[in-house]
Design a protein around this ligand. Structure first.
Ligand SMILES: [Zn+2]
Length: 106
């Protein structure tokens, strides 16, 4: 199965990263969060793009969908790894055939 086929088969668009929750202080004077009762949790999806860490806010009602998308991305990576491994096997196999063919014409 190709990676593209995998993506089109799953109803979920895979997303990189993982969910994390955060509690924040709003900064308003006299707010309960000043006494340590912070607001939240607020959810974010965090992932790495090259050397930069990306962070995007996730709405509470989107939590499940985003979690599923992250899980799906992990599966997607696993498929990619498997494909890469099998491509390497094929390459090795072909180069082996090539050597054998060359030795016939020597
Ligand atoms: Zn507050």
């Amino acid at each position: 199965m190709s990676a593209a086929a995998f993506v089109s088969l799953s109803a979920i668009t895979p997303l990189p990263g993982k969910l994390c929750e955060q509690y924040i202080r709003c900064g308003k004077a006299g707010c309960r969060c000043q006494e340590g009762e912070r607001h939240g949790p607020y959810y974010y999806r965090i992932w790495r793009e090259g050397s930069r860490v990306q962070k995007v806010y996730v709405k509470r009602e989107e939590l499940e969908a985003v979690q599923a998308a992250c899980d799906s991305y992990k599966d997607y990576l696993a498929v990619l790894r498997t494909m890469k491994a099998s491509r390497m096997r094929v390459t090795r196999c072909i180069s082996g055939e090539c050597r054998r063919a060359q030795s016939l014409f020597r």
